[in-house]
Design a binder for this molecule. Structure first.
Ligand code: ADP
Ligand code: MG
Length: 298
């Protein structure tokens, strides 16, 4: 007797599950997920409410313009069904916008305008023939780096506002997509920082500048230099990176020879020797490329 009751009760449950499922099929979002993932009726009945939750998220993603308007329960993720034979699991998949943002985290900026994070090789202006040399050098670097050829960095110098920082940032962003970490540090600001305090945050920064796989020392030569910052900060960073074979990039308004004069500061012979030491390292670490182009800031 009991068995029959159980049987009847189960049948009734099945009927109400099915009715619930059919009712949900009236919702276009639910219906389209059933179709898209080819979910059989039996599974659809069993997971109706979870599929409904997921359908809402998938639909939210359809016309979404960016993370700023994400309506899903976990920002940047979409609750998505993974259909197996007899069960459905639900997984939170990262959306295209978050995915795009995340690779940018591989590039760290110290005192450089945040907008440079969006620098991209595909947006680099190629209409100016003065840029041919640098674009060629950038492409070569990327290909050599990907092929483990241990390439040198680039010393990019030339006129103000010609896009030097932008170009190297675009290179870093390209490699960020393959998970390569990089740092851009604005040298004048770094030196100013140092003068103020040799704080904890500085020693972290110092270590990052030494060890990060790709480093850009941005606007080198525009800083106020002291013997100490030259010999105790810059020189050890360059020395370490040279020893470890870590590609190092520079942007400057000065050519390498002009930079040597800048580091000499005075005409005394010790300064001259120290400046030469720095310049030797700069030359070991990078190939020099000139970029004279119109000022993109004006
Ligand atoms: P530099 O470092 O030579 O002084 P920047 O790299 O700072 O010049 O570039 C100057 C301005 O032009 C910046 O605002 C930068 O974002 C913009 N810029 C440079 N190159 C491009 C590019 N290819 N596409 C879009 N903006 C660019
Ligand atoms: Mg710059």
């Amino acid at each position: 007797m009991e068995n029959i009751n159980n049987y009847i009760s189960k049948k009734n449950d099945d009927i109400s599950l099915k009715q619930n499922y059919i009712k949900h099929l009236e919702d276009y979002r639910f219906k389209s997920v059933i179709k898209l993932f080819n979910i059989k009726e039996e599974l659809g009945c069993k997971y109706t409410s979870l599929i409904m939750d997921s359908s809402v998220e998938i639909d939210n993603c359809k016309n979404c313009k960016g993370l700023f308007e994400c309506k899903n329960s976990i920002k940047g993720y979409c609750n998505t069904p993974v259909v197996k034979d007899k069960v459905i699991n639900f997984s939170y998949n990262m959306c295209r916008y978050l995915n795009k943002e995340q690779y940018k985290d591989n590039l760290t900026l110290f005192d450089v305008p945040k907008s440079i994070k969006n620098a991209s090789l595909k947006d680099v202006y190629t209409n100016d023939k003065n840029r041919i040399a640098i674009i060629k050098e950038i492409k070569k670097f990327i290909s050599d780096y990907k092929n483990d050829k241990n390439p040198k960095g680039i010393y990019l110098y030339g006129s103000f506002g010609s896009g030097k920082t932008y170009l190297i940032a675009a290179l870093f962003n390209e490699l960020a997509k393959t998970n390569v970490k990089s740092v851009i540090v604005h040298v004048p600001e770094l030196m100013r920082d140092l003068k103020e305090s040799f704080s904890n945050s500085y020693s972290e920064k110092f270590s990052a500048l030494k060890r990060v796989p790709l480093l850009l020392l941005d606007d080198i030569g525009a800083e106020y230099i002291t013997a100490w910052s030259r010999d105790e900060v810059l020189e050890p960073i360059l020395q370490y990176r040279m020893d470890q074979g870590l590609p190092t990039f520079f942007t400057s308004n000065f050519s390498v020879d002009e930079l040597e004069k800048h580091f000499s500061m005075t005409n005394n012979s010790i300064d001259k020797v120290k400046a030469k030491r720095i310049i030797e390292r700069v030359k070991q670490l990078s190939n020099s490329v000139e970029l004279i182009s119109k000022n993109l800031r004006s």
